[in-house]
Design a protein around this ligand. Structure first.
Ligand code: SAH
Length: 347
C-alpha cells in the first residue's frame, strides 16, 4: 500500500526541518529544501543539486511538489499578457501582466470563481469553486515575474489582488502568500508595492487593521448610496455602507494609510450629482484617493460606461473636496484581460 503523498509546500520551514531531524539527518537540510521550494521555485526534487540523491529519493517518496502551469498565454496589442493558469486539480484561474513605461504590475487571482455577486463582473458568474492555496497565489506571482523579465527585461514592480475572486473571503491564504512574497526567503518584495482590492468585507478589514498589515487596501465602492450599491453588488444588503465605513475608519485609525476607492461611472446608474455628493460624504473621514476606472463590457447587459463629461464632473467635484482622483484607462480589453472580464472565456 502506498502512502498518500503530501504537498511539501504546505509545510512550514520548521516542519521540513523536523522531517529531516526525524530521519536522523541535520536540520539545515530543511533550510536548503525550503530555499529550493520558494526562492528558486523548483518544480522537481531532482533540481535540488546540493541535496544528496538518496535524500531526494526519500523526499519524492513522501512528498509531491504541486505547481501551477501556464496553460495558455495571450498578448494584447497594448502589451498586456493574460495567462490561463492550470491548477493541480485542472481548474483554471487567470493572471495578468500589465506593463507601463516604468512598471510591471501583476494582477493575480485569489479564488477560482468568486463568492460575491457583483452584477457587472464576469467572474461572479462562475460562482466560487474553491479558494486558492497560498502556494497557488505565490506561483502566479513567480510566473508573471518571469514573464516580465523575459518580455520587458525587468522584474515585477507591483502586485494587485484584482484578478478572480474576493481576497478577503480567502484572507488567511492571501496573507500567507503575501508573507512569502515579501519575505527574503521568497521574493523579497516590499508590501508597499502590493495592493489588496476588496469589494468591502467589514469584519476582515478590521482584522487586517488589528494585525498591522503593511500592504495597501483598495475598496471597490462603485456607489456610496446603499440602495444603488445593493442593486449592483447584492451582498451589500448584508454588509451595508455604514458597516463598511466603520471598518474603514477603524483601518485608518490603526494604519494611517490613505484609502483608495475603485469606482466605475455607469450611465443612468451612478452618474448624477447625488451620486457624487454621496461619494464625497462617504470618503470624508480619511485621506482618500478615488480611482475612476473604465468599464469593461462583459455582455450586452444593462451596464454602459458613462460619457467623458460625467467622469469629468466626478473628477472636478472630488478634487474640489480635496480628494485625489486618478482616471484609469483599461488595459488588455482586446483579449478579455481587463478588470471584471476574467472568466476563463478561452475554455
Ligand atoms: N473582489 C475584489 C477584487 C477583484 S475585482 C474587488 O472587488 O475589489 C477587481 C476590480 O475590478 C474591482 O474594483 C471591481 O469592481 C472591478 N470590476 C469588476 N468588473 C468590472 C468591469 N466589468 N469593468 C471594470 N471594472 C470591473
Amino acid at each position: 500500500m502506498s502512502v498518500k503523498k503530501r504537498d511539501i509546500r504546505a509545510l512550514s520551514k520548521e516542519e521540513i526541518r523536523e522531517f529531516f531531524l526525524d530521519l536522523g539527518e541535520q536540520a539545515f537540510r530543511g533550510n536548503q529544501v525550503y530555499e529550493w521550494l520558494w526562492q528558486k521555485s523548483a518544480h522537481r526534487f531532482e533540481e535540488m543539486t546540493n541535496i544528496s540523491k538518496e535524500t531526494r529519493q526519500l523526499l519524492s517518496e513522501h512528498f509531491i511538489i504541486n505547481h501551477v502551469a501556464v496553460d495558455q498565454l495571450q498578448r494584447s496589442s497594448d502589451g498586456t499578457i493574460k495567462n490561463a493558469i492550470r491548477l493541480h486539480d485542472d481548474l483554471l484561474v487567470e493572471s495578468v501582466l500589465i506593463p507601463t513605461d516604468t512598471r510591471s504590475t501583476a494582477c493575480v487571482s485569489s479564488q477560482v470563481g468568486c463568492s460575491l455577486d457583483c452584477k457587472f463582473c464576469a467572474t461572479a458568474r462562475l460562482k466560487r469553486m474553491r479558494n486558492l492555496n497560498p502556494d497557488e497565489i505565490y506561483d502566479q506571482v513567480v510566473a508573471i515575474d518571469r514573464q516580465s523579465r523575459l518580455y520587458y527585461d525587468r522584474p515585477l514592480s507591483n502586485i494587485v489582488f484584482m484578478g478572480m475572486g474576493e481576497p478577503l473571503m480567502n484572507y488567511r491564504n492571501v496573507l500567507k502568500a503575501i508573507e512569502k512574497i515579501t519575505s527574503p526567503e521568497g521574493l523579497g518584495m516590499s508590501p508597499k508595492r502590493i495592493t489588496v482590492s476588496t469589494s468591502g468585507v467589514p469584519k476582515i478589514i478590521k482584522k487586517m487593521a488589528d494585525e498591522g498589515v503593511k500592504f495597501n487596501l483598495a475598496v471597490s465602492l462603485h456607489s456610496a448610496i446603499d440602495q444603488k450599491r445593493t442593486e449592483i453588488m447584492p451582498f451589500n444588503a448584508k454588509m451595508p455602507l455604514a458597516a463598511l465605513r466603520e471598518a474603514l475608519q477603524y483601518w485608518y485609525s490603526k494604519t494611517r494609510n490613505r484609502i483608495t476607492y475603485e469606482y466605475v461611472v455607469w450611465e443612468g446608474i451612478n452618474d448624477k450629482t447625488e451620486d457624487i455628493e454621496a461619494l464625497i460624504r462617504f470618503c470624508r473621514f480619511a485621506p482618500s484617493k478615488v480611482n475612476l476606472i473604465e468599464y469593461n463590457p462583459i455582455d450586452e447587459g444593462d451596464f454602459r460606461q458613462a460619457p467623458i463629461a460625467a467622469i469629468d464632473r466626478y473628477k472636478e467635484a472630488l478634487e474640489k473636496a480635496g480628494i485625489i482622483v486618478t482616471i484609469r484607462r483599461s488595459r488588455g480589453q482586446d483579449i478579455d484581460a481587463a478588470c471584471g472580464q476574467l472568466a476563463n472565456k478561452s475554455n
